[in-house]
Design a protein around this ligand. Structure first.
Ligand code: SF4
Ligand code: SF4
Length: 492
């Protein structure tokens, strides 16, 4: 009895010796990291598939063609409509020209894009993921190429299971070459945004492009080939944080792809001479699973992996048509409506909810602020740095002098003449080292720095600090740009 108990303690009571048990445990532990099972998404036709093709063509056309659009900005300026000119520290977007000092416009754009994504997610779930995310678009393209070369789902499965013969080798090689060409075109297109596209294209092929261009193309070619051709759904499931974040933006009124289980269950195939009255509309054909690029079964309910591409809707609608049942067993719907439908209640569409109204309000606010600042932006910028050491100097005649560095940025494409003057400092004198304050020259597209001294009689120093304003007047049109500053002295 005691021996049996000891033996049980040793082997865990299940007759498996500890070393064996530990091996089993290790095997179980390892099995937590399940090997990826390749997904062979089946071809499907339907409304959402067509919509996805249209979006794929549009988004790829924008990405590949945008750097080739020309925009005349005058002589000696780049004529590329969209250009990130790093050497000149400038971003061109058609008629808009952003300087490094105005990077807040890009920040504002990113904020707007993020808010728009939040709003769309609140209203229509993960449509961004399902239709226009670059990972989805390029994976769709890679899958289409694979299907064109290797055939549809079952042909691909047969090919993968077949021995490595010439035909298989040929198809696989052709597929990977096609993928690499797409990936290289993708990486190549990216560098076109950073230099004159026709010039850099020739430079790349004549090996005259800078090393950074080749490195960028190589990195993007590799990542596109890896993510679009091999990693595919794994990028969405494991690498992308968005599936985890977007859950916080969804509520029961958000539109998402849903399986109407109240109608479909109990599921089961229709067989001749077998009663079907007890069955729901789902014939358990698995077509919705076969077409899913994420390899999931929407009938299991809402899942983190689902990118709401709606291809399962197309697949199921086709099946419903064939078996003579109404479409919509899988459909875009809200969770609250699915519940209402299940219980015969009234369905509703609530687009304007506190959450969506909040996002719309913030988008409008940020958009209006950006628009106003863009419209009212000046072609001249001024920045003033006041000397801190020493704060002030007492001259031999007793007057007080402060030193400043005044930087004038001329964003215009022609050289300009400026007058520098002071406001709220009636008795002060102004002196610019090496220049006349009434005629400061700043070349086009340049930042000029001037050493400026402001002098005030001691009798005017009523306080230790006197606020005043530097005024830069553009002599071509008398427009003024101002910058507040202070004059420091010993006080009374
Ligand atoms: S495609 Fe429709 S009928 Fe077929 S298994 Fe999926 S839900 Fe059921
Ligand atoms: S379950 Fe349907 S909507 Fe979700 S990823 Fe799969 S096919 Fe797309």
């Amino acid at each position: 009895m005691l021996e049996t108990a000891r033996q049980q303690a040793y082997d865990g009571g299940d007759g498996v010796e500890r070393s064996e048990a530990s091996a089993v445990n290790k095997a179980e532990h390892r099995s937590l990291y399940k090997k990826r099972e390749k997904i062979y998404p089946k071809k499907v036709s339907g409304t959402y598939r067509r919509l996805k093709w249209v979006i794929l063509v549009l988004t790829l056309a924008v990405y590949y063609l945008a750097p080739w659009i020309r925009w005349d900005r005058g002589p000696s300026l780049p004529d590329q409509a969209i250009l990130i000119d790093i050497p000149a520290r400038r971003f061109y977007f058609f008629f808009i020209e952003i300087w490094p000092q105005e990077v807040y416009y890009l920040t504002g754009l990113l904020i707007l894009a993020a808010l728009a994504l939040f709003l769309v997610t609140t209203l229509a779930g993960r449509v961004w993921c399902g239709y226009s995310c670059p990972q989805t678009v390029w994976t769709d393209l890679f899958v289409a190429v694979e299907r064109f070369i290797e055939g549809d789902r079952s042909a691909q499965m047969r090919l993968d299971a077949s021995p490595w013969k010439a035909a298989k080798l040929g198809k696989k090689a052709l597929k990977h070459v096609a993928w690499l060409l797409i990936a290289a075109a993708t990486g190549g297109a990216w560098v076109f945004y950073f230099a004159d596209a026709p010039t850099i294209l020739v430079d790349v092929f004549t090996l005259d492009a800078p090393p950074v261009a080749y490195i960028t193309i190589a990195v993007l070619t590799g990542s596109t080939y890896l993510f679009g051709g091999h990693a595919r759904e794994q990028v969405c499931t494991y690498m992308c944080p968005w599936p985890r974040i977007q859950a916080a933006m969804l509520d029961e009124d958000s539109l998402t792809v849903t399986y109407r289980d109240f109608r479909g269950e109990p599921r089961g195939p229709r067989r001749k001479n077998k009663p079907t009255e007890h069955l729901g509309d789902c014939i358990d054909c698995n077509q919705c699973v076969a077409v899913c690029p994420m390899g999931i079964d929407i009938r299991d309910g809402q899942q983190l992996e689902c990118i709401t591409c709606a291809l399962c809707i197309d697949a199921c609608d086709n099946v419903m048509d064939r078996v003579g049942l109404p479409q919509g067993l899988i459909a875009y719907d809200t969770l609250s409506n699915v519940d209402q439908r299940a219980h015969g209640g009234k369905t509703r569409v609530r687009l304007l909810r506190p959450r969506s109204l909040l996002y719309i309000g913030i988008i409008l606010l940020v958009g209006v602020i950006m628009l106003i600042s863009l419209i009212s932006r000046s072609a001249v910028d001024i920045n003033v740095l006041r000397d801190r050491n020493p704060l002030f100097v007492t001259l031999s005649d007793g007057s007080i002098r402060n030193g400043y560095t005044v930087k004038i940025l001329n964003k215009d494409h022609s050289e300009k003449l400026f007058r520098l003057s002071l406001q709220d400092m009636a008795d002060a004198g102004i002196q610019v080292v090496g220049s006349d304050p009434a005629a400061l020259t700043v070349k086009s597209d340049r930042l000029a720095s001037f050493r400026v001294f402001v002098t005030l009689p001691k009798s005017q120093m009523n306080d230790e600090s006197l606020p005043f304003t530097f005024v830069v007047t553009d002599l071509s049109d008398d427009s003024e740009t101002r910058h507040d500053s202070v004059f420091r002295g010993p006080g009374k």
